[in-house]
Design a protein around this ligand. Structure first.
Ligand SMILES: N=C(N)NCCCCNCCCN
Ligand SMILES: [Mn+2]
Ligand SMILES: [Mn+2]
Length: 285
């Protein structure tokens, strides 16, 4: 089924479901028009899908086989090159189309730069936004653009959605001030513990949208990303947090953003593909 603004792309290797029968609907948003350091996150959706070919579909520790999960993949959004706001508008319309066809499906967005997260969040209207990221993303504007990827959490906060951030190790004094005044809790990567996450997240209203900026992981695991930062979280630390989140909060959607790269089999895409399987797996258990 073709939606207004999407086109067919590489699919996962096992049979995919139709949107109306799916539990998860994958949408790629290959936009990297505002990336400020390393380019290439436009290739993220394709690189992540291709990296899943390397993985067993059976998740040992969950006893869940992703191949048995009803997943639809609508392909990638037809972006508007260089225009984040127009692309976001198309993204909002597309996620709304998906929910109209199948209100119970969980949209899964593969980025593309983090500014695109505004689209599923605006379409799904969660009460809370939990983000794993190296960056606060609370700038008012960056490089003369309020829709820059460094501003996405601020645009979401301005919708009245409760924001909580984990794995942070980059931001400006102004962003820290904004977080304080807006009541946005955030945990620095060096101080992170799952107990601190639980204490903050358990107070958040539901439903929750979960966003993973792949640069939350340590640089060694994700060298191909828009703005890489050393000192990140470990893979199983984030999985442990997500498992608790999924167990304790209603999740309306999630995304994996800022995966860049130019080569098939890039380790950043492999990290993202494993994360994608684990997220779908834990939500399917
Ligand atoms: N959310 C983000 N990815 N933020 C990145 C902002 C750009 C940081 N570069 C600072 C440049 C100063 N030399
Ligand atoms: Mn980000
Ligand atoms: Mn980031």
């Amino acid at each position: 089924m073709e939606l207004l603004y999407t086109y067919e792309t590489l699919k996962l290797e096992f049979p995919m479901s139709d949107i109306d029968k799916a539990d998860f609907v994958i949408l790629g948003i290959p936009f990297d028009g505002t990336t400020s350091y390393k380019p290439g996150t436009r290739f993220g959706p394709t690189l992540i899908r291709q990296a899943t070919l390397n993985l067993e579909s059976y998740i040992l520790d969950y006893d869940v086989d992703i191949a048995d999960v009803k997943i639809a993949d609508v392909g990638d959004l037809a972006i508007v090159a260089g225009n984040p706001l127009e692309t976001i508008k198309r993204g909002i319309e597309t996620v709304e189309e998906i929910k109209k066809i199948n209100p119970s499906a969980i949209p899964v967005v593969l980025g593309g730069e983090h500014s695109m997260t505004f689209a599923p969040v605006k379409a799904l209207t969660p009460k809370s936004y939990v983000v794993f990221d190296a960056h606060l993303d609370l700038r008012e504007s960056y490089e003369d653009n309020p829709w820059n990827h460094a501003c996405v959490a601020r645009r979401i906060s301005e919708l009245g959605i409760k924001v909580a951030e984990f794995g942070i190790r980059s931001g400006t004094k102004e962003e820290v001030e904004y977080a304080k005044n807006a009541g946005i809790p955030w945990v620095h990567a060096r101080d992170y513990t799952v107990e601190k996450l639980k204490k903050i997240v358990k107070e958040l209203p539901e439903p929750v949208y979960v966003s993973i900026d792949i640069d939350v992981f340590d640089l060694s695991m994700v060298p191909s990303t828009g703005t890489p930062e050393a000192g990140g979280l470990r893979f199983w630390e984030v999985i442990e947090a997500l498992e608790w989140l999924v167990e304790n909060k209603k999740i309306v959607g999630f995304d994996i953003m800022e995966v860049a790269g130019t080569e098939l089999g890039d380790i950043t895409a492999l990290t993202a593909a494993k994360l994608l399987f684990y997220l779908i797996g834990m939500l399917s258990k």
